[in-house]
Design a protein around this ligand. Structure first.
Ligand SMILES: Cc1ncc(COP(=O)(O)O)c(C=O)c1O
Length: 384
């Protein structure tokens, strides 16, 4: 079996992740921040160390500015729905996932203006186009860091500089890059940074978060939920300090134990090393697919400009059929269709049929890439 569906969720998890979760369930078990007994203190320590690990990986200003959520979708909703008010203007790109597009389309109905800046057919965003879209009432620019369809990296640092100049906040959806591409939220001037735990961070599903930068006033960004936080329990009003203001209800501590192990593993390997391996696999995959007659590969076709996610089609064959046959006949697991990003497919010209997507990560090998190329070649030969 070859697992090429890492853009949806990563598998296998790094060494130590499953063990950390089993240890939590068997040896810790208590609710973090809800009691003073030894097990609750240990649970709280694990959760705090997970914040520290995330803070170190992304160069966040302070572990207490790492707010947990159940995935990046929740983190993005918190930022978008928490910040934007009627009369505000927001700029986004045409390569966004529905986790940004759908909240924005809903907010449009409450009087928030949305500008979608078109990207090229390769998924490339020109920062000058973002600058041109900024108006006096623009409050936020929301961008993904890399497309989950073609893998193209968006120019986050350049847009960060533009946002500072115009006093606009920048929200980045790092679902596809966290743990796979070097990120420094302070150097890149990212104000709100959403990450998901279950992809290249190596954690389990049900984990993710939002890094809230120092330019964001937590009293101005409304929480999605209010409730028990374990802090200031004498008050019926929600605490207004980070991270508690956004973390009501019991945390997924067992998941965060796994995420802590996953992020520590990424740190121990170094993102640069993981990235170098992924670039090598990606370029070989792109070159191999491009050399096959009847195969169209989308995106920049340069591994340096993208992450390890590659979309293609076999001319005359539906992506769903290719995906089924890759699974049934070759044991290759991938994802087909629209990948929750219809706008991105409109941009690259593959809407509504979609693409076959190979999502690789650091655990994949060059041998797996070569095997997959032979499989695609055999399928493509049938339609010639
Ligand atoms: C670019 C992008 N944004 C958001 C998401 C949503 O991630 P999650 O389901 O973990 O919230 C994904 C998931 O595939 C993604 O690729």
């Amino acid at each position: 079996m070859i697992y090429f569906d890492n853009a949806a969720t990563s598998w296998p998890k790094p060494p130590g992740v499953v063990e950390a979760m089993v240890h939590f369930m068997e040896q810790v078990g208590a609710n973090p921040g809800r009691a003073a007994h030894r097990r609750a203190v240990e649970s709280g320590r694990i959760v705090y160390e997970a914040r520290e690990a995330v803070c170190e990986l992304f160069h966040a200003p302070d572990p207490l500015r790492v707010v947990w959520s159940k995935n990046v979708t929740e983190a993005l909703n918190l930022a978008l729905r928490g910040l934007l008010r009627a009369g505000d203007h927001v700029v986004t790109s045409s390569m966004e996932h529905n986790s940004v597009m759908r909240p924005l389309r809903a907010l449009e109905r409450s009087g928030i203006e949305v500008t979608v800046v078109p990207c090229s057919a390769q998924g490339v965003l020109n920062p000058a186009d973002v600058e041109q879209a900024v108006r006096p009432h623009t409050r936020l620019v929301a961008l993904n860091h890399a497309s989950n369809v073609v893998g193209t990296l968006l120019p986050v640092a350049e847009v960060g500089a533009i946002c500072r100049e115009h006093e606009v906040l920048l929200l980045v959806d790092a679902a596809q890059t966290g743990g796979a591409y070097p990120i420094d939220v302070q150097a890149d001037q990212v104000d709100l940074f959403g990450f998901t735990g279950h992809k290249s961070l190596g954690g389990p599903m049900g984990t993710g978060g939002l890094i809230v930068g120092e330019r964001v006033d937590e009293r101005q960004m409304e929480p999605l939920m209010r409730g028990g936080t374990g802090s200031h329990s004498e008050y019926e009003l929600q605490p207004d300090f980070l991270p508690d203001v956004y973390e009501s209800g019991t945390l997924n501590a067992v998941g965060l134990a796994g995420l802590r192990a996953g992020v520590r593993w990424v740190l121990s390997q170094s993102v640069d090393r993981i990235r170098a391996h992924e670039v090598a696999l990606t370029q070989r995959l792109i070159d191999g697919l491009r050399s096959l007659p009847s195969v169209i590969v989308y995106g920049t076709l340069s591994a340096d400009l993208q992450i390890a996610t590659v979309s293609f089609n076999i001319v005359g064959t539906e992506s769903s059929e290719v995906g089924l046959r890759l699974d049934d006949e070759y044991g290759i697991l991938c994802r087909v269709g629209l990948h929750c990003a219809p706008a991105a497919h409109k941009t690259i010209g593959t809407f509504p049929d979609g693409t076959v997507r190979f999502g690789l990560n650091g655990f994949n090998t060059i041998d797996e890439v070569e095997t997959a190329l032979v499989a695609v070649e055999e399928l493509a030969r049938e339609v010639q």
